[in-house]
Design a protein around this ligand. Structure first.
Ligand SMILES: [Zn+2]
Length: 349
């Protein structure tokens, strides 16, 4: 079968190639790939700056934002041929650490977890893949291709849960939320905020185009200013850019008692005229919470599947801006100005 593989930590090593059928040890359910979403992590892996091959191989099958159709459910109860499924990404570490031991592998403390398509287990960018029943999420058939958005939605579902949980350390009724960055994570975060009845604002750099239209379609307000120039103080900020200047301005803009949840992963950059101690002092004097959130456990996968089923289908349709065939995977990995979510499509749906 065909698969998109890469030699991790080696730039320009990605290729579409013939590989053996999926290893039965990866799960009793055999799945035909429908589509796999592409994100910044995939780009990093293909650029040679991230990723680990399985311990007995040199190459890793890429892809962690899956959607597939069951070919053979094996002995798994609750699954049948034709079901649409999405594969969970992370597996607990083998030690296990206390968090993995209680099923919170998203909070793994020793870093020895593994991840499909990222860390030591083959991913989902192959014509067929296998999955363990306990790591397969059955999707509502009416979602169709939008099921490929489940994995990014899990990241958002966890971030929301985390922000609300830490905010609950005192009496706190957040009225408005600022989402920085109108990429897939930001737009999905905005959608969940609106679903929860909050006043949602989304900030990005573009002044027109699909991101702006989607923010309006979600029911949020779009801003193309800087965070500093906003004329309100957000009770909660979902930071989805990873850009230093945006983060610092967000910390300064956050309302008293507010929570900022960091989900973006950036690198480097410099700040103009702001000392860490001054930023920290503002956080102290305003009782702010700064919390990071990554990955998701099965509870968040379940919540995300509910959030996705409730989402406006026109918004979900707008999020998937490009579908590429497997042989054009290199195009899928090259960002275009109007891209939001690009998927590699393996079969029709
Ligand atoms: Zn662990």
């Amino acid at each position: 079968m065909k698969a998109i593989t890469v030699e991790p930590m080696k730039a320009s090593s990605a290729r579409l190639e013939d590989v053996p059928e999926p290893d039965p040890r990866l799960g009793s359910i055999l799945v035909e790939a429908v589509a796999v979403g592409v994100c910044g992590t995939d780009v990093e892996i293909v650029e040679g700056s991230y990723g680990w091959a399985p311990s007995d191989k040199e190459r890793l099958v890429l892809g962690h934002e899956s959607l597939g159709r069951v070919i053979d459910p094996g002995s798994a109860a609750g699954f049948k041929k034709g079901d649409l499924v999405v594969g969970i990404v992370r597996r607990p570490d083998p030690v296990p650490c206390p968090n993995c031991a209680v099923g919170e592998w998203d909070m793994c403390r020793n870093g020895q977890y593994t991840e499909r398509g990222i860390k030591a287990i083959d991913g989902y960018m192959s014509e067929r893949w296998r999955i363990e029943p306990e790591y397969a999420m059955k999707m509502d058939p009416s979602l169709g291709i939008f099921g490929v958005l489940l994995e990014p939605t899990t990241v958002v579902a966890k971030a929301w849960e985390v922000a609300l949980a830490v905010g609950g350390r005192s009496f706190w009724e957040p009225q408005n939320v600022l989402v920085t960055g109108a990429g897939p994570i930001g737009l999905l975060a905005a959608g969940i905020g609106v679903q929860r009845g909050m006043e949602v604002h989304v900030l990005d750099r573009v002044t027109a185009g699909p991101k702006v239209d989607l923010v309006e379609m979600v029911g949020a307000t779009y801003h193309s200013t800087t965070v500093s120039d906003l004329d309100f103080e957000p009770d909660m900020i979902m930071e989805c850019t990873g850009v230093g200047q945006v983060i610092v301005e967000s910390l300064q803009k956050l309302a008293s008692g507010g929570v900022i949840c960091l989900t973006g992963i950036g690198h480097g950059g410099s700040l103009s005229g702001l000392a860490p101690a001054d930023i920290a002092a503002a956080a102290v004097l305003k009782n702010n919470i700064i919390v990071g959130s990554v990955n998701a456990n099965k509870r968040h996968w379940y919540k995300a599947s509910q959030d996705l089923a409730r989402a406006n289908p026109d918004v979900l349709k707008g999020l998937i801006t490009r579908r590429e065939e497997p042989q054009n995977f290199q195009h899928a990995l090259q960002r275009q100005p109007d891209d939001i979510k690009v998927v590699v499509q393996f079969s029709d749906i």
